[in-house]
Design a protein around this ligand. Structure first.
Ligand SMILES: CC(C)(COP(=O)(O)OP(=O)(O)OC[C@H]1O[C@@H](n2cnc3c(N)ncnc32)[C@H](O)[C@@H]1OP(=O)(O)O)[C@@H](O)C(=O)NCCC(=O)NCCS
Length: 143
């Protein structure tokens, strides 16, 4: 399923670090979880999906207690056994993302061995999401 995955979080005092803004580890958790759910929805078998790489997370703008963070994840690239997902987080429905990042997941069998899940991205989807598709190609490099 190629629908965007969207999860909202209310930032609470326990989510903050000593500067009084959202702790990066909490934000990373929310971002990667949303990307993971997007990959699971594509494959249809959450129990088979593992994360192999987080390609980097950019924190562009701080958020604080009481802010509502909306995390959005879209499939950026599919390989044979791998899926690269692009994630963004928005503060209080702002237009520009406060956080962006990408993660790659792999489908594994019960023995932990990668297997081909047999899906590809329709040309139309790639055309509509070309920016993240190309970004994913870049971060995946030769892999
Ligand atoms: C995921 C895992 C099974 C991959 O094993 P592997 O021997 O590297 O597998 P392969 O070399 O056959 O690669 C499988 C796919 O992963 C991709 N891949 C492997 N390492 C990668 C990396 N570091 N970054 C991005 N993609 C990677 C390959 O390109 C390949 O993609 P494709 O099939 O779409 O072409 C293995 O690394 C693993 O078990 N890792 C731990 C996963 C885990 O526990 N995650 C939770 C972390 S807390």
């Amino acid at each position: 399923m190629l629908k965007e995955t969207v999860i909202s979080h209310l930032i609470k005092p326990e989510d903050l670090q000593h500067h009084g803004t959202l702790f990066a580890g909490r934000m990373a958790d929310w971002l990667i979880e949303t990307c993971f759910i997007a990959a699971c929805r594509l494959v249809g078998k959450p129990e088979d999906v593992v994360c192999v790489q987080i390609h980097g997370i950019n924190f562009n703008k701080p958020a604080t207690s009481g802010d509502i963070i909306e995390v959005k994840a879209r499939i950026a690239l599919v390989g044979v056994t791998s899926i690269t997902v692009h994630g963004q987080a928005f503060n209080n429905e702002e237009k520009a993302p406060s956080v962006t990042g990408m993660a790659t997941f792999v489908t594994v069998d019960k023995g932990g061995k990668p297997y081909a899940y047999g899906l590809s991205l329709p040309e139309e989807y790639i055309a509509q999401n070309r920016e993240i598709y190309e970004e994913a190609l870049k971060v995946r490099g030769s892999r």
